[in-house]
Design a protein around this ligand. Sequence first.
Ligand code: CP
Ligand code: NVA
Length: 309
Amino acid sequence: PPKTALKDFIHISDFDKETIMKILHRASEVKAQLKSGDRSFQPFKGKSLAMIFAKPSMRTRVSFETGFFLLGGHAIYLGPDDIQMGKREETRDVARVLSGYNDIIMARVFAHQDILDLAKYAPVPVVNGLTDYNHPVQIMADALTMIEHIGKLEGTKVVYVGDGNNIVHSWLLLASVVPFHFVCACPKGFEPDEKTIQKARSTGISKIEISYDPKEAVKGADVIYSDVWASMGQKEEASYRKQRFQGFQVDEALMELAGPKAYFMHCLPAERGVEVTDGVIEAPNSIVFPQAENRMHAQNAIMLHLFGL
Ligand code: CP
Ligand code: NVA
């Protein structure tokens, strides 16, 4: 079957460029309508969304729940203590039970295999709301934000500075579908997954670089992107990581080296004074809040696509 026939949204690279761009375009349209105050578009009327969270969240929880509600549907929050997927009950059982009540499932989990298992056993669409491996709905929102501020995604230079984590894997998977220049500047030993780098490079779509020199990497960037040095599930490594990531803080001097057209982006939550300075987040070229807001619009468009609406 064509990739676009997939029922789930687990990796950006499961879809072709045309579909990804179509979803982003739809996100802009539905966003404009919602921002105008028009609440007449109710495609999710009579539908329900189950949201499974094995980790904490502000943006993912609130943007999915509010977005689904604004388009006429109902969303149910299931926190870490509620269903305890994989502990109280096996993932494949959770998948089939929730599919009996709900039209779509969103999940934030630790092991990537858990989202794959959910998708395999759930007859309804499953949306990945972050795993230890990737965070595709975040990078769709980021792409939408770049289109709004830069006017395009194709041909831009995105320089991520920090840990080669789940956010970076989703950037690499986007780069394997849409052409742009992606650089991950990270300390040695904190590179993204080698297989994912190879997968993205093998498509020949984008220029992909791994750098150990953030000062050199940021030159001429359209976007400087940062994320926490210790992700959820790694918080006990935070002080060790602070040592290892010296020189990788995005500060005013690094933004200066990037050049005048560079925007600052961060998926949030941010630790000000650690991976990024307060001044960089608060600067006029920081677009972290429009970026956060776009989570809702990108996700609405993803769910419309999965429903075939
Ligand atoms: N960026 C993001 O996913 O934020 P939350 O962890 O608050 O959902
Ligand atoms: N890399 C971070 C992203 C949070 C949205 C984490 O996994 O905790």
